[in-house]
Design a protein around this ligand. Structure first.
Ligand SMILES: [Ca+2]
Length: 220
């Protein structure tokens, strides 16, 4: 069970939970529900991208980019963001060398000005004090005055930042995928996190092309 008790500022975010199927269980009912929580309750919510899988817990939805139900270039559950006039082009591609499944997310950006970036982003729920482990597989095809960052911003509420975790790479990877990973403690006060794969300007007008797959965040 996972739950939320605040509005989300007009944005979707990911709820997730993991555990062991109880001994003897043969079927399950899954609910999305609005529960009374002190007084006569009322609520309005929107749900999408519900799934259930066996394997490792992942606080990210569609971290392997296999769900792709529109033609926007953006895998389900993700958004894109670019600042300062950076031009971002994204695509979900069928790739023979995909680290998981058959699809990968490509992020391409150019004209990234000083101090800016272009990214894909997903908002997730976190719990302060828990340990998180984040990892992802990346192939960097091109970087010019730019670097790749796998970036987690922790917030107590929209607009209130309480910490960040960043791992980055500054070189192309010779046509191969490699793993970026990091771990730590969810900062005190954190309730939500923005998870980014981003191309950031790194001295000059930046440009880059990266492929991402198998993004995982385990919070336990
Ligand atoms: Ca994949």
């Amino acid at each position: 069970m996972d739950e939320a008790n605040q509005t989300t500022n007009g944005e979707y975010y990911t709820l997730s939970t993991g555990g062991k199927v109880p001994s003897g269980a043969k079927m399950a009912y899954m609910y999305v529900l609005i529960r009374g929580n002190g007084g006569i309750g009322a609520g309005t919510i929107y749900a999408d991208l519900l799934n259930f899988h066996y394997g490792e817990a992942n606080s990210l939805g569609n971290g392997s980019f296999e769900d792709y139900s529109n033609q926007s270039g953006l895998a389900d559950g993700w958004n894109k963001v670019a600042w300062g006039g950076a031009v971002e082009t994204i695509a979900v591609l069928d790739a023979w060398d995909a680290p998981a499944g058959s699809k990968v997310q490509r992020i391409q950006a150019r004209n990234i000005p000083d101090g800016n970036y272009a990214a894909i982003i997903q908002k997730i729920k976190v719990e302060e004090g828990k340990t998180f482990t984040a990892s992802g597989r990346f192939k960097i095809e091109e970087l010019k005055n730019a670097k790749l960052q796998y970036y987690i911003d922790f917030l107590s509420e929209p607009g209130k930042y309480v910490g960040a975790s960043i791992v980055e790479a500054t070189q192309t990877t010779n046509g191969e995928y490699f793993t970026l990973s990091t771990s730590g403690k969810v900062p005190s006060g954190a309730k939500i996190a923005y998870v980014y794969v981003l191309i950031r300007e790194n001295g000059g007008i930046g440009a880059g092309t990266v492929y991402a797959d198998l993004l995982k965040i385990d919070i336990s």
